[in-house]
Design a protein around this ligand. Structure first.
Ligand SMILES: [Zn+2]
Ligand SMILES: [Zn+2]
Length: 262
């Protein structure tokens, strides 16, 4: 499998995963045009995409959905409640392109075994996905207030993780956000901080883990270097080698990560 995080953060999320039998996107949080332009930067296009998996109905995950669903003949998967929430936003997808992928389900699609799992976030029924093929595994987990043991059990032993590292707690506390927004982000249904992410990572990293992409960084309450340093420092305390072992990688809100193969 090959993977590129096309965009990550509150302005739009989308990840491209390719297997020998086809390619998928997880979320389409960029506009249709921007998604296609970003795919071109890694030598791909929306024409190459064979399926789309939606995690939840927040706009930073579905901004491009309406136009992509209209212009392209791509099957789109989401769980039942999420489809209902999407339709309440007046995004109507042709029933022929609509597919159900409910939480804690496993499906074999395009030669990959794909598993969904719930996260703890203030959307109707948010879920993320793992993609497995021939002993290789890619797990995506962002938009969650905490990482439970159930979630850890599902994502563990991945070769690649895209892991939420949303904010630095001090930056958030001292920043300009109103009190209730701060409370929402810090709550169990908000987003995971750099520190909490690292503590969860240490429970799921194994010898097969090669890369961890830090995802969904807050524009206001985090800095790439700070996120990476905070995570590395904590992992190093647990004797996890982030220099010759697991590589901690950045993602960006607009620039795709290189297409990386596992
Ligand atoms: Zn969200
Ligand atoms: Zn989000």
């Amino acid at each position: 499998m090959k993977m590129s995080v096309l965009a990550s953060g509150s302005t739009g999320n989308s990840t491209f995963i390719e297997s020998t039998e086809g390619s998928v996107l997880v979320d389409v949080g960029l506009s249709c045009k921007k998604t296609d332009e970003t795919l071109h930067q890694i030598g791909k296009s929306l024409q190459d995409v064979d399926a789309i998996f939606i995690t939840h109905e927040h706009v930073d995950h579905i901004k491009g959905l309406k136009v992509i669903a209209k212009k392209y003949d791509i099957p789109i998967y989401a769980n039942e409640k999420t489809w209902q929430a999407i339709e309440r936003k007046d995004i109507i997808v042709n029933p022929e392109k609509k597919f159900l992928f409910n939480p804690m389900e496993e499906k074999d699609i395009l030669g990959m075994n794909i598993q969904s799992f719930n996260v703890s976030h203030d959307a109707i029924d948010p879920q993320f996905y793992t993609f497995s093929k021939e002993n290789k595994k890619i797990s995506l987990i962002t938009d969650t207030g905490y990482v439970s043991d159930t979630m850890k059990g599902i994502i563990k032993e991945s070769d690649i993780f895209v892991f939420e590292s949303n904010h630095d707690v001090d930056m958030l506390r001292m920043g300009r956000y109103p009190w209730n927004t701060k409370q929402r982000i810090l709550s169990d249904v908000g987003h995971v901080s750099n520190e909490d992410a690292a503590h969860a990572m240490k429970d799921v990293i194994t010898d097969s883990t090669k890369r961890i992409y830090l995802g969904h960084l807050s524009l206001d309450n985090n800095i790439k270097e700070l996120a990476r340093m905070s995570v590395e420092q904590i992992l190093n305390q647990y004797d996890i080698d982030t220099h010759n072992g697991v590589m901690i990688c950045d993602t960006d809100k607009a620039v795709p990560t290189e297409l990386y193969q596992v």
